[in-house]
Ligand binder design. Structure first.
Ligand code: ADP
Ligand code: MG
Length: 296
Protein backbone atom coordinates (compact mmCIF):
# COMPACT_ATOMS: atom_id res chain seq x y z
CA UNK A 1 0.00 0.00 0.00
CA UNK A 2 1.21 3.54 -0.61
CA UNK A 3 1.37 5.94 2.29
CA UNK A 4 -0.80 9.06 2.28
CA UNK A 5 1.30 12.07 1.18
CA UNK A 6 1.40 13.76 4.60
CA UNK A 7 2.64 10.58 6.32
CA UNK A 8 5.14 9.94 3.57
CA UNK A 9 6.41 13.50 4.01
CA UNK A 10 6.75 13.03 7.79
CA UNK A 11 8.82 9.90 7.17
CA UNK A 12 10.87 11.74 4.55
CA UNK A 13 11.45 14.72 6.85
CA UNK A 14 12.71 12.21 9.41
CA UNK A 15 15.26 10.97 6.89
CA UNK A 16 16.37 14.59 6.40
CA UNK A 17 16.84 14.98 10.15
CA UNK A 18 13.57 16.69 11.18
CA UNK A 19 11.03 14.98 13.41
CA UNK A 20 7.56 16.40 12.71
CA UNK A 21 5.08 15.63 15.48
CA UNK A 22 1.86 15.23 13.48
CA UNK A 23 0.18 15.78 10.13
CA UNK A 24 -1.22 19.04 11.48
CA UNK A 25 2.25 20.16 12.50
CA UNK A 26 3.45 19.37 8.98
CA UNK A 27 0.64 21.46 7.55
CA UNK A 28 1.54 24.39 9.82
CA UNK A 29 5.13 24.07 8.62
CA UNK A 30 4.01 24.09 4.98
CA UNK A 31 2.05 27.31 5.51
CA UNK A 32 4.90 29.35 7.00
CA UNK A 33 6.20 32.25 4.95
CA UNK A 34 8.55 34.02 7.35
CA UNK A 35 11.32 32.63 9.51
CA UNK A 36 12.50 33.78 12.93
CA UNK A 37 15.68 32.28 14.35
CA UNK A 38 17.18 32.33 17.80
CA UNK A 39 20.93 32.94 17.97
CA UNK A 40 22.58 30.99 20.77
CA UNK A 41 22.35 27.27 20.05
CA UNK A 42 20.38 27.80 16.85
CA UNK A 43 22.55 29.88 14.50
CA UNK A 44 25.55 29.09 16.65
CA UNK A 45 26.85 25.65 17.52
CA UNK A 46 25.58 25.97 21.05
CA UNK A 47 28.78 24.60 22.48
CA UNK A 48 30.32 27.94 23.48
CA UNK A 49 33.65 28.03 25.31
CA UNK A 50 34.84 30.24 28.10
CA UNK A 51 37.28 32.77 26.64
CA UNK A 52 37.80 35.52 29.25
CA UNK A 53 37.79 35.72 33.04
CA UNK A 54 37.93 39.30 34.33
CA UNK A 55 37.64 39.93 38.06
CA UNK A 56 37.07 43.59 38.88
CA UNK A 57 40.33 45.40 39.55
CA UNK A 58 40.71 46.03 43.28
CA UNK A 59 37.91 43.55 44.06
CA UNK A 60 38.07 40.64 46.51
CA UNK A 61 38.33 37.82 43.95
CA UNK A 62 41.12 36.67 41.66
CA UNK A 63 40.45 34.92 38.33
CA UNK A 64 40.08 31.45 39.81
CA UNK A 65 37.99 32.68 42.73
CA UNK A 66 35.59 34.45 40.37
CA UNK A 67 35.34 31.50 38.00
CA UNK A 68 34.86 28.93 40.77
CA UNK A 69 31.91 30.84 42.27
CA UNK A 70 30.32 31.43 38.87
CA UNK A 71 30.71 27.77 37.89
CA UNK A 72 29.14 26.59 41.14
CA UNK A 73 26.11 28.83 40.55
CA UNK A 74 25.84 27.76 36.89
CA UNK A 75 26.29 24.04 37.51
CA UNK A 76 22.55 23.21 37.82
CA UNK A 77 21.65 25.28 34.71
CA UNK A 78 20.99 23.65 31.31
CA UNK A 79 21.88 26.86 29.42
CA UNK A 80 24.77 26.57 26.90
CA UNK A 81 26.49 29.54 28.60
CA UNK A 82 26.35 27.66 31.89
CA UNK A 83 28.01 24.63 30.30
CA UNK A 84 30.80 26.88 29.00
CA UNK A 85 31.43 28.37 32.44
CA UNK A 86 31.42 24.99 34.19
CA UNK A 87 33.64 23.47 31.51
CA UNK A 88 36.04 26.43 31.78
CA UNK A 89 36.33 25.93 35.55
CA UNK A 90 36.94 22.18 35.14
CA UNK A 91 39.64 22.86 32.54
CA UNK A 92 41.48 24.91 35.18
CA UNK A 93 41.08 22.11 37.71
CA UNK A 94 38.88 24.25 39.98
CA UNK A 95 36.59 22.59 42.51
CA UNK A 96 32.88 23.18 41.88
CA UNK A 97 31.09 23.75 45.17
CA UNK A 98 27.49 22.63 45.64
CA UNK A 99 24.81 25.24 44.92
CA UNK A 100 21.72 25.76 47.07
CA UNK A 101 18.50 27.69 46.33
CA UNK A 102 19.23 27.67 42.61
CA UNK A 103 16.95 29.77 40.43
CA UNK A 104 17.09 30.42 36.68
CA UNK A 105 15.42 33.39 35.00
CA UNK A 106 15.19 32.69 31.25
CA UNK A 107 16.81 35.47 29.22
CA UNK A 108 18.46 36.94 32.32
CA UNK A 109 20.66 34.43 34.12
CA UNK A 110 20.93 32.34 37.26
CA UNK A 111 21.24 32.84 41.00
CA UNK A 112 22.33 30.40 43.73
CA UNK A 113 23.80 30.29 47.19
CA UNK A 114 27.40 29.01 47.21
CA UNK A 115 29.35 28.65 50.48
CA UNK A 116 26.87 31.00 52.15
CA UNK A 117 27.22 33.68 49.48
CA UNK A 118 24.52 34.72 47.04
CA UNK A 119 25.96 34.44 43.53
CA UNK A 120 24.24 35.82 40.43
CA UNK A 121 25.50 35.20 36.89
CA UNK A 122 23.82 36.67 33.85
CA UNK A 123 23.15 39.47 31.40
CA UNK A 124 25.21 42.59 32.24
CA UNK A 125 22.40 44.79 30.94
CA UNK A 126 19.92 43.19 33.34
CA UNK A 127 22.08 42.53 36.41
CA UNK A 128 24.27 45.61 36.68
CA UNK A 129 22.68 48.60 38.33
CA UNK A 130 24.19 51.90 39.44
CA UNK A 131 27.52 52.58 41.13
CA UNK A 132 31.24 52.49 40.50
CA UNK A 133 31.66 48.70 40.53
CA UNK A 134 28.69 48.25 38.19
CA UNK A 135 30.10 50.87 35.81
CA UNK A 136 33.49 49.14 35.82
CA UNK A 137 31.89 45.75 35.14
CA UNK A 138 29.71 47.21 32.38
CA UNK A 139 32.80 48.78 30.81
CA UNK A 140 34.62 45.45 30.86
CA UNK A 141 31.55 43.69 29.40
CA UNK A 142 31.45 46.28 26.61
CA UNK A 143 35.08 45.58 25.71
CA UNK A 144 34.37 41.84 25.43
CA UNK A 145 31.13 42.36 23.49
CA UNK A 146 33.00 44.59 21.04
CA UNK A 147 34.92 41.40 20.13
CA UNK A 148 31.70 39.48 19.54
CA UNK A 149 31.75 37.71 22.88
CA UNK A 150 28.74 37.08 25.04
CA UNK A 151 29.63 38.78 28.31
CA UNK A 152 28.06 37.67 31.56
CA UNK A 153 28.31 39.59 34.80
CA UNK A 154 29.01 37.91 38.14
CA UNK A 155 27.61 39.43 41.33
CA UNK A 156 28.43 38.22 44.83
CA UNK A 157 26.03 39.27 47.60
CA UNK A 158 24.67 41.90 45.25
CA UNK A 159 28.07 43.43 44.46
CA UNK A 160 29.57 43.19 40.95
CA UNK A 161 32.65 40.94 41.20
CA UNK A 162 33.66 40.56 37.57
CA UNK A 163 32.78 39.58 34.05
CA UNK A 164 33.20 36.41 31.99
CA UNK A 165 33.46 36.30 28.19
CA UNK A 166 32.07 33.36 26.22
CA UNK A 167 32.80 32.69 22.55
CA UNK A 168 30.47 30.73 20.30
CA UNK A 169 30.93 29.76 16.66
CA UNK A 170 28.34 30.05 13.95
CA UNK A 171 27.28 26.68 12.60
CA UNK A 172 29.18 26.11 9.36
CA UNK A 173 25.91 25.67 7.45
CA UNK A 174 24.13 28.68 9.04
CA UNK A 175 24.57 31.12 6.15
CA UNK A 176 23.44 28.56 3.55
CA UNK A 177 20.39 27.61 5.62
CA UNK A 178 19.41 31.26 6.14
CA UNK A 179 19.70 32.08 2.44
CA UNK A 180 17.61 29.02 1.46
CA UNK A 181 14.97 30.01 4.02
CA UNK A 182 14.93 33.57 2.70
CA UNK A 183 14.44 32.26 -0.85
CA UNK A 184 11.71 29.79 0.20
CA UNK A 185 9.70 32.36 2.13
CA UNK A 186 10.41 35.41 0.00
CA UNK A 187 10.90 37.38 3.21
CA UNK A 188 13.94 38.44 5.20
CA UNK A 189 14.62 36.08 8.14
CA UNK A 190 14.46 37.61 11.61
CA UNK A 191 17.06 37.11 14.32
CA UNK A 192 15.56 37.08 17.82
CA UNK A 193 18.06 36.89 20.66
CA UNK A 194 18.40 37.55 24.35
CA UNK A 195 22.08 38.28 23.82
CA UNK A 196 23.64 41.74 23.52
CA UNK A 197 23.28 43.77 20.29
CA UNK A 198 26.96 43.48 19.37
CA UNK A 199 27.06 39.69 19.58
CA UNK A 200 23.75 39.66 17.68
CA UNK A 201 25.18 41.84 14.89
CA UNK A 202 28.18 39.52 14.65
CA UNK A 203 25.93 36.50 14.08
CA UNK A 204 23.68 38.45 11.71
CA UNK A 205 26.59 39.64 9.60
CA UNK A 206 27.94 36.09 9.36
CA UNK A 207 24.65 34.67 8.14
CA UNK A 208 23.28 37.47 5.96
CA UNK A 209 20.44 38.39 8.30
CA UNK A 210 19.56 42.09 8.35
CA UNK A 211 16.51 42.12 10.63
CA UNK A 212 17.92 41.79 14.15
CA UNK A 213 16.27 42.15 17.56
CA UNK A 214 18.61 41.79 20.55
CA UNK A 215 18.29 41.92 24.33
CA UNK A 216 14.93 40.13 24.22
CA UNK A 217 13.24 38.39 27.12
CA UNK A 218 11.12 35.31 26.35
CA UNK A 219 7.95 37.46 26.22
CA UNK A 220 9.67 39.90 23.82
CA UNK A 221 10.34 36.99 21.43
CA UNK A 222 6.62 36.19 21.56
CA UNK A 223 5.79 39.84 20.83
CA UNK A 224 8.17 39.87 17.84
CA UNK A 225 6.56 36.70 16.45
CA UNK A 226 3.06 38.13 16.99
CA UNK A 227 3.92 41.39 15.31
CA UNK A 228 5.22 39.56 12.21
CA UNK A 229 2.02 37.48 12.20
CA UNK A 230 -0.14 40.58 12.61
CA UNK A 231 1.62 41.92 9.52
CA UNK A 232 0.11 38.96 7.64
CA UNK A 233 2.94 36.43 7.84
CA UNK A 234 2.91 32.92 9.27
CA UNK A 235 6.07 32.57 11.24
CA UNK A 236 8.31 29.51 11.49
CA UNK A 237 10.18 30.05 14.79
CA UNK A 238 13.39 28.04 15.23
CA UNK A 239 14.96 27.93 18.69
CA UNK A 240 16.62 25.73 21.27
CA UNK A 241 16.24 27.26 24.68
CA UNK A 242 13.81 27.47 27.58
CA UNK A 243 13.71 31.16 26.66
CA UNK A 244 12.41 30.25 23.18
CA UNK A 245 9.62 27.97 24.37
CA UNK A 246 6.85 30.62 24.54
CA UNK A 247 7.74 31.92 21.05
CA UNK A 248 7.86 28.35 19.67
CA UNK A 249 4.35 27.80 21.01
CA UNK A 250 3.05 31.18 19.78
CA UNK A 251 4.40 30.92 16.22
CA UNK A 252 2.52 29.48 13.24
CA UNK A 253 5.00 26.65 13.50
CA UNK A 254 7.68 26.03 16.12
CA UNK A 255 10.83 24.03 15.41
CA UNK A 256 13.22 23.09 18.20
CA UNK A 257 16.89 22.29 17.82
CA UNK A 258 17.08 18.74 19.13
CA UNK A 259 20.81 18.28 19.69
CA UNK A 260 21.53 20.28 22.84
CA UNK A 261 18.08 21.88 22.92
CA UNK A 262 16.10 22.10 26.15
CA UNK A 263 13.25 19.70 26.89
CA UNK A 264 10.85 22.61 27.25
CA UNK A 265 11.67 23.84 23.74
CA UNK A 266 11.09 20.32 22.37
CA UNK A 267 7.74 20.05 24.12
CA UNK A 268 6.59 23.48 22.91
CA UNK A 269 7.48 22.88 19.27
CA UNK A 270 5.68 21.24 16.33
CA UNK A 271 8.89 19.70 15.07
CA UNK A 272 12.46 19.06 16.13
CA UNK A 273 15.72 19.13 14.23
CA UNK A 274 17.22 15.85 15.41
CA UNK A 275 20.27 15.71 13.18
CA UNK A 276 21.47 19.02 14.63
CA UNK A 277 22.09 20.58 11.22
CA UNK A 278 20.37 23.83 10.39
CA UNK A 279 20.19 22.93 6.69
CA UNK A 280 17.51 20.39 7.69
CA UNK A 281 15.13 23.32 8.35
CA UNK A 282 14.74 24.52 4.73
CA UNK A 283 14.69 20.87 3.59
CA UNK A 284 11.73 20.20 5.89
CA UNK A 285 9.91 23.33 4.68
CA UNK A 286 10.23 22.18 1.06
CA UNK A 287 9.02 18.66 1.86
CA UNK A 288 6.05 19.95 3.85
CA UNK A 289 5.01 22.24 1.03
CA UNK A 290 5.26 19.55 -1.62
CA UNK A 291 3.21 17.14 0.50
CA UNK A 292 0.54 19.75 1.12
CA UNK A 293 0.38 20.58 -2.59
CA UNK A 294 -0.51 16.92 -3.20
CA UNK A 295 -3.41 16.83 -0.73
CA UNK A 296 -5.14 20.20 -1.21
P1 ADP B 1 19.48 33.53 23.07
O1 ADP B 1 18.16 34.18 22.88
O2 ADP B 1 20.53 34.13 22.18
O3 ADP B 1 19.44 32.03 22.93
P2 ADP B 1 19.15 33.64 25.97
O4 ADP B 1 17.85 34.36 25.98
O5 ADP B 1 19.14 32.21 26.35
O6 ADP B 1 19.95 33.85 24.57
O7 ADP B 1 20.10 34.41 26.95
C1 ADP B 1 20.10 35.80 26.87
C2 ADP B 1 21.08 36.37 27.83
O8 ADP B 1 20.67 36.08 29.18
C3 ADP B 1 22.46 35.79 27.69
O9 ADP B 1 23.21 36.45 26.71
C4 ADP B 1 23.00 36.00 29.09
O10 ADP B 1 23.43 37.33 29.24
C5 ADP B 1 21.77 35.80 29.97
N1 ADP B 1 21.67 34.41 30.47
C6 ADP B 1 20.63 33.56 30.32
N2 ADP B 1 20.85 32.39 30.93
C7 ADP B 1 22.09 32.48 31.48
C8 ADP B 1 22.92 31.61 32.24
N3 ADP B 1 22.55 30.37 32.60
N4 ADP B 1 24.13 32.08 32.61
C9 ADP B 1 24.54 33.31 32.28
N5 ADP B 1 23.80 34.18 31.57
C10 ADP B 1 22.59 33.79 31.18
MG1 MG C 1 19.11 29.80 22.30
Amino acid sequence: ATMPPMLAAIANAGRHGVLVKSARALERLALCDRVALDKTGTLTEGSPRLADVRPLAGGPLDENGLLALAAAAENPSEHPLAAAVVQGARARGLPIAPAAEFAAAPGRGVAATVDGRRVEVGSPARLLGEGTAAAAAAGEAGVLEERGRTAVAVLVDGEPAGVLGVADRLRPEAAAAVSRLAALTGAPPLLLTGDNPRAAEHAAAGTGITDVRAGLLPEDKVAAVRSAENAGRRVLMVGDGVNDAPALAAAGCGMAMGGAGSDLALESADAAVVRDELIAVPAAVSLARRARALVV
